[in-house]
Design a protein around this ligand. Structure first.
Ligand code: NI
Ligand code: MN
Length: 230
């Protein structure tokens, strides 16, 4: 089992599972931490968008158009993006759908959606190579406990915001990690701007003091492989 995971800064992750390449919240062009340009992305099949705030929607239309990639998001965001002529698959909270790379379950996020009538979301991706939870932008909420053995058997990798101000800060993200009990956790949504300046080592030390979860702090542009030994 191996899943290759690359952090592109802020909440943007590039995930390679088998022959499939997915990007989540592709905020590159205007992202001060992005290590690459949208043009540098290769062989993209899917763009997943947690909500329509500009720092998550980012380069979605550009990337989806260039690669003829399928955009997966909530119905309101998918409808808005479809008007730009890209292929979309609308879903909503609690819904699961099978794609060729694996299954997507749309998980709640407590946050604005950035589009009228919408709701922010996170994603649980279940692939043959492992299960990934991308929390999107969210506050701490106790239904995260369902990610440990109820909606999925176990999360292999949790991607959690720690930057505070707009989302959970370190203390709440540590509590989320205790509840979710992933094998590996990686922090995101910090240090992009001064208002979310946060020390990820503080998160790592608190997680590792309180849980058995390994913390992978990934610099923008950095990658790691999630394997059975992780
Ligand atoms: Ni947001
Ligand atoms: Mn955000």
């Amino acid at each position: 089992m191996s899943l290759s995971v690359t952090f592109l800064g802020h909440a943007c992750w590039l995930i390679k599972s088998g022959e499939y390449t997915l990007i989540i919240d592709p905020f590159l062009q205007d992202n001060p931490l992005a290590p690459i340009e949208p043009e540098d992305i290769q062989d993209l099949g899917y763009v997943l968008v947690t909500h329509a705030h500009w720092d998550h929607l980012g380069d979605t239309v550009n990337l989806a158009s260039r690669h003829d990639a399928l955009v997966i998001s909530t119905a309101e965001v998918a409808t808005m993006i479809a008007e730009e002529g890209v292929r979309t698959h609308g879903m909503h909270l609690g819904g699961t759908h099978d794609f060729d790379f694996g299954t997507v379950r749309v998980f709640p996020a407590f946050h604005g959606s950035g589009v009228p009538g919408g709701h922010a979301a996170g994603f649980v991706l279940t692939t043959p190579e492992g299960t990934v939870y991308h929390a999107g932008d969210t506050a701490l909420f106790s239904d995260m406990k369902l990610l440990n053995g109820v909606v999925v058997e176990r999360v292999d990798l949790a991607l959690l915001p720690i930057g505070n101000n707009y989302t959970m800060g370190v203390d709440d993200a540590v509590l989320a990690t205790k509840w979710i009990k992933p094998r590996v956790v990686s922090p995101m949504h910090y240090n992009t701007w001064p208002v979310i300046k946060t020390d990820p080592d503080l998160f790592k030390s608190q997680v590792e003091a309180a849980t058995d979860t390994r913390t992978e702090i990934v610099e923008p542009g950095g990658s790691f492989v999630l394997d059975e030994q992780s």
